[in-house]
Design a protein around this ligand. Structure first.
Ligand SMILES: Nc1ncnc2c1ncn2[C@@H]1O[C@H](COP(=O)(O)OP(=O)(O)OP(=O)(O)O)[C@@H](O)[C@H]1O
Ligand SMILES: [Mg+2]
Length: 240
């Protein structure tokens, strides 16, 4: 197991504030509203699926919440503190320390081994190489990849590569994990296994997880579902 806090809550889990909030979020591209006023609270350790038609604003919402994309108006709060108006250097630091990311097709570094890929956030955080690799190996084992740490991404199946991406997203014990169509490139069965691996690892670590998926069946395996249409939340604004 990774050394720090395997079963204890993430850094914000004891706070009474939501882990992450969006208030009145608006994002426009020309005349097109990608987000037309979104309010959302994500509680510490909560898992939320964001669903909705193509072009409804799911990725925009994820990127605005994660500080990747600036909103035109509205606020983003992490543990009750505004983060939307921070400069790029601070936002980038937050992304490295407080957030973890899983994308549709892994975005692993092709030249690095699975273990090195999973260790990247720890190395960026200044953890020694030996400890970062040892922790990464434990994350990979926990995600069912024991013995595959030395392989490069090209030597792994799609589902295995996504589990390396999940290990990388969790290794630095972030408070929120963002996943944009993490199972989009996988078959149904592998997609379900990958989703379960993501939800299980996030829950064990006390991390909140925000998962965009167009797959309703998969979304239904997530405790809370929020539907977006035309840049607005159509249902699921409060936890059920
Ligand atoms: N960089 C951009 N420039 C112009 N318009 C954009 C840009 N990014 C997104 N949009 C528009 O904003 C709207 C929301 O896009 P977004 O990517 O958030 O949708 P989505 O729900 O993630 O869709 P999908 O399910 O297809 O991934 C769409 O109408 C899209 O065309
Ligand atoms: Mg999208």
């Amino acid at each position: 197991m990774p050394t720090q806090t395997t079963h204890s809550p993430g850094p914000l889990a004891t706070s009474t504030c939501p882990a992450l909030s969006g208030r009145g979020l608006v994002k426009r591209y020309g005349a097109q509203y990608a987000l037309a006023g979104v309010d959302i609270d994500i509680q510490p350790g909560e898992a939320v699926a964001i669903v909705g038609p193509s072009g409804s604003g799911k990725t925009s919402l994820l990127h605005v919440l994660a500080g990747i994309l600036p909103a035109d108006s509205g606020e983003v709060l992490l543990g009750g503190t505004r983060i939307d108006h921070l400069g790029e250097a601070k936002r980038s630091e937050l992304r490295r320390t407080e957030f973890g990311f899983v994308f549709q097709s892994g975005m692993l570094v092709a030249e690095l081994s699975a273990e090195e890929n999973a260790a990247l956030p720890l190395l960026l955080a200044g953890v020694s190489r030996g400890k970062a690799l040892a922790d990464a190996r434990q994350w990979l084992e926990r995600l069912g990849l024991a013995g595959k740490g030395a392989r490069r991404p090209g030597e792994l199946s799609g589902g295995e590569a996504q589990r390396v991406a999940i290990a990388r997203a969790l290794a630095h014990q972030p408070s929120v994990i963002f996943a944009d169509e993490p199972t989009g490139a996988l078959d149904t069965r592998t997609g379900r296994d990958t989703m379960n691996a993501l939800l299980g690892a996030a829950a064990e670590n006390g991390a909140a997880v925000v998962i965009v998926t167009h797959d309703r069946d998969l979304a239904e395996s997530v405790p809370r579902m929020v539907t977006i249409r035309d840049g607005r939340i159509a249902s699921g604004v409060t936890a059920s």
